[in-house]
Design a protein around this ligand. Structure first.
Ligand SMILES: Cc1cc2nc3c(=O)[nH]c(=O)nc-3n(C[C@H](O)[C@H](O)[C@H](O)COP(=O)(O)OP(=O)(O)OC[C@H]3O[C@@H](n4cnc5c(N)ncnc54)[C@H](O)[C@@H]3O)c2cc1C
Length: 515
């Protein structure tokens, strides 16, 4: 036995002679996941994060292996370009294969019409963690088993981790805990840089910071990718002429950050910035304190919610804030509503029109936003399945458990129509995620963080700016604390600009650390 399933991954093995098998438990006893012969090696992306392995690794025949300790492997990946490419390619492709085959250590028992199930599936998918889904609506036998174990409707979804831990309607934090997502991260020592938020800007800062030798920790309240992770296809990001899904872009950036040694703490909310003395510290939802010599705030923005009283009943059960492959599957062949007139609404409408019977775009103003990309406007205008309703507002959501009817009002005439539609995509812009910052930093009237030249002499006087130099380009009213991406006042709200700001901020972090 070389590695037990569920053990933190600490070693990689190269087969010199003989054979190594990767197996995992199953109904039939065990499944062979992989069999490796001479010249082949063990490991997938958990090797980078130090998370728990998904399979048991054992010798299938007498032989000889080279054992590489994880820290040595990480050093090797950074120092040797040729080996780095071989390992990274194998690790990523193996994880893609595991996700595609659903070969993992998590089973989700739930219903595809249930809010909680969608939340958990999204969390696992966006973290690239393989799982098996058992749909209770389709498998009556499982329901009988749940009854025997006194699992009530309120306990669903049930998540079984590593055949050991059974969680009933868990929070994402509980799942991350049970799977040991953050076990390998030391939370006590003072870091050069703590980045809050793992959207495109935070991940870019992590890649540039770690690759330039900084000790970097990223904290993320849900999963890497941020808003971009909820995009079906980003077509205007340099270097991807065929477009790339936000999730794929985030997955690659996440692995890249880990390759350079950045650590990413998942399902952890920063709830306060302790800014009264140095080193600064981030206080987390579970009570931990993360000290940092410098901080980058990359918390982006959150979707604006529809102003309808019944909304909470249907979020995840007919009302969605993302239009990815997963949501598109739920409404294939049906009519859907997209609310909004900006880029994200346009992108969702065009994407959903590939599978939905009809897409109704509800636009409060007189037409598509001036800020919408030209290519999207042309596709919307040309698409036979997309119907635009201008000067129209959504006014009601009704249904029993799942959304069944949607009402909208034509504002000029005041006429209200109700339609039997089960899926609404709310894409009406976003508000900055800055409430948790309290009064630490100067914000603009809408709550976005002011930086660099946008900080007025009054802002700096109020903040008692202590240095002779003015703030750097992306520095906030607090020395050594930076803001990048969508959370920053005046930012462009694009993936490319968020990524660019991540790299620019790192140059200033170096200067601040030497001050
Ligand atoms: C559906 C959709 C489609 C889009 N399509 C495009 C496109 O095609 N091209 C384009 O250029 N742009 C597109 N955008 C815009 C683009 O996604 C954003 O500009 C970009 O994601 C901003 O990146 P960010 O890192 O600044 O913030 P975000 O992406 O918002 O990421 C912020 C991260 O911080 C985390 N966070 C927030 N608060 C906390 C906290 N207190 N503690 C810990 N973590 C926290 C969040 O969970 C999130 O992961 C799209 C946006 C949407 C919603």
């Amino acid at each position: 036995m070389l590695v037990q399933a569920g053990e933190p991954v600490a070693r990689l093995f190269v087969v010199v002679d003989g054979r190594i098998d990767g197996v995992r438990p199953s109904d039939a006893g065990e499944d062979l996941v992989v069999s490796l012969g001479p010249g082949m090696f063990t490991g997938e992306v958990t090797m980078l994060s130090g998370r728990r392995g998904l399979a048991q690794i054992r010798a299938a025949a007498a032989g000889e292996v080279i054992e590489v300790v994880r820290d040595d492997l990480l050093a090797l990946i950074q120092a040797d370009g040729e080996l780095s490419e071989i390992f990274m390619r194998a690790f990523i492709l193996r994880r893609v294969e595991l996700v595609a085959r659903g070969v993992g250590d998590v089973v989700v028992l739930g219903s595809s019409h249930c809010q909680g199930t969608l939340r958990i599936r999204e969390f696992l998918t966006r973290n690239g963690h393989p799982y098996t889904m058992v749909d209770l609506d389709r498998d009556a036998g499982v329901e009988a088993v749940l009854d025997r174990f006194h699992v009530s409707a309120a306990d669903v979804p049930v998540v079984i981790c590593r055949c050991e831990v059974v969680l009933r309607n868990p929070t994402t934090h509980q799942i991350a805990d049970a799977l040991g997502f953050n076990d390998a991260i030391d939370q006590t020592h003072v870091r050069d840089l703590v980045i809050v938020g793992a959207g495109p800007s935070g991940l870019a800062a992590a890649v540039y910071g770690a690759s330039e030798g900084l000790d970097v920790l990223v904290v993320e309240s849900t999963a890497p990718g941020g808003q971009a992770g909820s995009s079906s296809r980003i077509e205007n990001y340099l270097g991807f002429p065929m477009g790339i899904s936000g999730q794929e872009l985030a997955g690659r950036a996440y692995t890249q950050a880990e390759k350079f040694g950045a650590q990413v703490m998942i399902a952890q909310d920063a709830t306060r910035l302790a800014c009264d003395r140095k080193p600064y510290a981030l206080e987390m939802g579970d009570g931990q304190r993360l000290p940092a010599r410098s901080v980058i705030i990359a918390t982006g923005a959150q979707y604006r919610r529809l102003p309808i009283d019944s909304l909470p009943r249907f979020e995840g059960a007919g009302v969605y804030y993302a239009a990815t492959f997963m949501e598109a599957q739920l409404c294939a062949g049906e009519e859907v509503v997209v609310v909004g007139a900006g880029n994200s609404a346009g992108q969702a409408a065009v994407f959903l029109a590939q599978t939905a019977r009809r897409v109704h775009m509800l636009i409060r103003s007189g037409g598509l936003a001036d800020t919408m990309s030209r290519y999207l406007i042309l596709r919307i205008e040309d698409h036979p399945a997309i119907v635009r309703h201008v000067q129209t507002e959504i006014v009601s959501l009704e249904g029993n458990g799942h959304l069944e009817r949607v009402g909208w009002r034509d504002n000029p005439s005041g006429r209200i129509e109700t339609h039997g539609i089960r899926h609404v995509f709310a894409m009406t812009g976003a508000v900055p995620s800055t409430r948790w910052l309290g009064a630490c930093l100067a914000l603009d009237a809408k709550g976005f963080i002011k930086t660099g030249p946008d900080l007025s002499p009054e802002d700096l006087a109020t903040a008692r700016w202590p240095l002779a130099r003015p703030p750097h380009l992306l520095e906030t009213s607090l020395p050594g604390v930076f803001a990048i991406g969508d959370v920053r006042a005046g930012s462009l709200k694009r993936v490319a600009s968020a990524v660019g700001e991540g790299s620019i901020a790192i140059a200033a972090v170096h200067q601040v650390l030497h001050e």
